[in-house]
Design a protein around this ligand. Sequence first.
Ligand code: DGJ
Length: 705
Amino acid sequence: MVSHRDQIVLSADGVQLVLDLSSGAPVVRHWGSPLGDVEGHALRRMTTPPIPHSAVDVPQEPGVMRERGRAFHGRPALSGNRNRLDWAPLFQIVEHHASETETSIRLHDAEASLTIDLGYRIEPSGVVLVDLAATNDGSEPYRLEELTTWMPLPDRAAESLDFTGRWLKERQPQRRPIAVGSWVLESREGRTGHGASVVQCAMTSGAGFADGEVWALGLLWSGEHRHLIERGTDGRTAMGAGELLQSGEMVLEPGERYQAPTVAAAYSDEGLDGLSSRYHEWLRARPEHPTRVRPRPVTLNVWEAVYFDHDLERLSALVDVAAEVGVERFVLDDGWFGARRDDRAGLGDWVVSDEVWPQGLGPLIDRVTAAGMEFGLWFEGEMVNPDSDLYRAHPEWILHVPGRVPPTGRNQQVLDLTHDGAYEHVLGQVDALLSKHPISYIKWDHNRPLVDPAHHGRPAVNAQTLAIYRLFDELKSRHPGLEIESCASGGGRVDLGMAMHADRFWTSDSNDALERQEIQRYSMMAIPPEMLGTHIGPSTSHSSSRSHSLSFRAATALFGHAGIEWDITETTNAERSHLAEWAAYYKANRELLHSGRVVRVDHSDTAALVHGVVAHDRSAAIFCYAQVAAPGAVLPSPALIPGLDPDARYRVRRIEPAGRAPAMQHADPTWVDGVITTGAALATIGLRPPILHPEQAILIEIVLA
Ligand code: DGJ
């Protein structure tokens, strides 16, 4: 940090943020690569704009609050009013503090009786965490409608990239030119949403995985939210992110403060992989990051194996095969509690069902632990079926607008966790089970969007979101070591906010390896692979009816927190030994898979996806070449393998932990049995793949020779 009286510079790992305080309002002069030794007044002179005709007579500098009173004509950072007054505040800096890595700035408008607290902290990874809060200093309530964190973009930011999707097809990329106007992504379903972007990116024209500059904002929030990129008619561009507040949701009483969700801002001059690397490094540096606690266990989830058909004998057989193939954690999914024999009843009654578990869960858990595995259990604590003891006793404990009952979704209503009774009920029942049994892991689902999310008629998504964070934190503090998986019909609650409270995301309900190749590729944009559940599903996918070889499914599931979700009691001996070999390979290599740099190749042929993980010291890598469609030419194009040390010599070979991928050729390319080559040759010439059948993949192992 360099702090002259009026300039603050935060730098880390090739990223620099320069804040200019000289005008009395904070202006971000620069967010990008380091500028060298430029003095504040020089930077000011270089960036202060000319004064155009038909404009106000001062240079127009919106500052981070983008107030109208500064003659800024775009979207302000704060919107709100106090009895129709104080809607156009103009903030002045009243104090600021700075250390090497962070700064806090307090702004005030005495007329509007509002205080803003701004914080910028640069992490060793170069990610800048931005905090923003508004306090009502007046004697009347202030009705806050929006408080968005904005960062300026240089004019060369020409394209946006964000992610949308649906159930079974999360995180689909969409790319478009940035033009005058606003490109707004909103999530209004009370949870993050399958179509939520996680991060929004702005890029230089043509930026790819390895090249170009990228700026991105990600919101640490699991409720309703908004991402925007705005370009004014003056050609200047900025990106913003914030919570989406419903009308009347945030009325600040005198003295009350609203803390906006933290925004994680990342810049890369090494394309999208460089961006992902920053986000991953930031998350991995947290002491509580799951891989800092212990390696990620091979997980078997029983959902696609048995669905609601819970039976001790059947599940015990699954336990035995799971142990045989090397599974380390066995997770009992939906169906173990209350009247939950299908998805029409039981949510809310977190008590083991006597009907299906007459001796309780003890015998199953004993069998799991005796086989050397951990036990995990499914909950969906924010939900209640109308057909449940809880709802019969407390129909008023659902989020609703008085006088009407929201339509059910998957036959369920949303429990109002902002209601003390409801919160204590869920906490108490879950806690009782975790106290009674050795349960080290819970999968926490959220299977419907919110309709009428109101508490006593008032909008309550903000409070409901904070309540689930509080509940997770409380469970973790009562049960040290507990891991939580965030699931919402697959990837409906994947976000950087939940990443602070949960340890794993269920990436998608699609276990179809073809879909997963794409879904995982983009889910890793900000979330590191070790936090993304990736399972080998059944031979024929339950969600698409596509059939895939075990080798394709296994190669795809290797790149994440790997597991199995398949009735493996029905597998052949050959499949079991492949599964065992795959699980052993994952265990031997998870350290690399979960700490290295994620590399996605801008491959020349859209019929294939190439991606991998490269160790930080570039001593090893594992890549996947996935033939997602039939190649157009006789010979598939070489897979370039970037990211290794150009001068180092590597031993390269195909590995087949789960069997050979079927191919249509007389002979394999000769490198598959092993070749010694350089990092430079791998990056520039690459490896000509075998002529695989479509929807097949090979794994390539690279180690220092
Ligand atoms: C949706 C989840 O995404 C599935 O994995 C499974 O847990 C079901 N819910 C259970 O109802």
